[in-house]
Design a protein around this ligand. Structure first.
Ligand code: F6P
Length: 349
């Protein structure tokens, strides 16, 4: 194991409230307890492929002490993939050497961590991963920071939308993020008492939705809330904003809320509108839960560097922060299990 004097740290993929909590904890423990230098790498993997003037920032305790409550990431983020263009992965390794980075803490979701795993396997990069995603879809950890904040924001939105839906006797379709895992929608649907919650894991039944709202109208309630995940498909295909794909091959989802609202309106005759919550769900200050979880992840990630636990990712198992292999971390997408969906369905109607 090569000696560690300077660690690098980067954040990749969609931002999540709590990223600054990890950055703060890694930096403070690394400097105060282990005597490392900490170099922030800007804009995810892009900061290590392109050597731009502002590709790195040296991090001190003073730089990070008061960033815990700030949303976003002070290191900025991108969806750059070093395995997309030939030679970029090699550039990452060369630039790490140039910057004197002996070990790297990569904070991200399955894309960022997948790259971290490959760089560790292909080049022996001394790598530690930290899971991040509002989508909560990483199987190797019980939960990720950002998820609690996203659910809280979506729940508050549903609470607010309900009062106007009732006043105007409308059905409101609320489109919620989460790609192909319905966790945020499931959480907000339960906490926000949506009349029906639709997630990508369960095929939607338009007749069932129509009957539910017709029955409510017969009982004098011509209004209602549908919580729908952006990844729900009414036919074979997902609804996407455009044909563009990011560097990891993901399409930009969005549009199911509008399409579904049109269908419901036509079938029930009740005025139906849609709201897309979008990036609101990722912005702003993290909840106390996410501040604490991100802090615990960051502290353990610094410890993993000190222990030389290369190729590992920090994870929450029960109430413990443990390390698991990056391999395991990126193996499969964690989706909402059927029994949890059924629990939500108890309250439909
Ligand atoms: O993965 C996090 C996430 O917010 C998804 O829920 C959503 O589909 C996607 O990112 C949006 O990505 P972008 O910020 O690139 O629009």
């Amino acid at each position: 194991m090569a000696e560690v004097n300077r660690i690098g740290m980067l954040t990749g993929g969609g931002d999540a409230p709590g990223l600054n909590g990890v950055i703060r904890a890694v930096t403070m423990r690394s400097i105060n307890e282990y005597g490392y230098e900490v170099l922030g790498v800007m804009r995810g993997w892009r900061g290590l492929i392109k050597r731009e003037e502002d590709s790195t920032m040296s991090l001190s305790v003073a730089d990070v002490r008061y960033i815990l409550e700030e949303g976003g990431t002070i290191l900025k983020s991108s969806r750059t993939n070093p395995y997309k263009n030939e030679g970029d992965a090699e550039k990452v390794v060369e630039n790490m050497k140039e910057y004197g980075i002996d070990a790297l803490v990569a904070i991200g979701g399955d894309d960022t961590l997948g790259v971290a795993k490959r760089l560790h396997d292909d080049f022996g990069v001394q790598m530690v991963g930290c899971p991040k995603t509002i989508d909560n879809d990483l199987s190797a950890t019980d939960t990720t920071f950002g998820y609690d904040t996203a659910v809280s924001i979506a729940t508050e939105a549903i609470d607010r939308i309900r009062t106007t839906a009732k006043s105007h006797e409308r059905i409101m379709v609320v489109e919620i993020m989460g790609r192909h895992a319905g966790w945020i929608t499931w959480g907000a649907g339960v906490a926000g008492a949506a009349n029906i919650t639709l997630i990508p894991e369960v095929e939607p039944d338009l007749d069932e939705i129509t009957n539910l709202f017709k029955k409510r109208a017969e009982n004098g309630e011509s209004w209602g809330i549908v919580a729908v995940s952006e990844g729900v498909a009414l036919s074979e295909d997902y609804i996407t904003q455009n044909a563009e794909k990011d560097e990891f091959g993901h399409v930009r989802l969005g549009g199911i809320g509008e399409t579904l609202a049109g269908e419901i309106k036509e079938r029930t005759g009740i005025d139906t509108r849609h709201v897309v919550l979008g990036h609101l769900q990722r912005g702003g200050t993290p909840t106390a839960f996410d501040r604490i979880l991100s802090t615990r992840y960051g502290l353990r990630a610094a410890e993993a560097v000190r222990n030389g636990e290369w190729g590992q990712m920090v994870a929450l198992r029960g109430n413990e922060i443990v390390t698991v292999s990056l391999n395991e971390a990126t193996e499969e997408t964690k989706t909402v299990p059927d029994d949890l969906y059924r629990a939500a369905a108890t309250f439909f109607g």
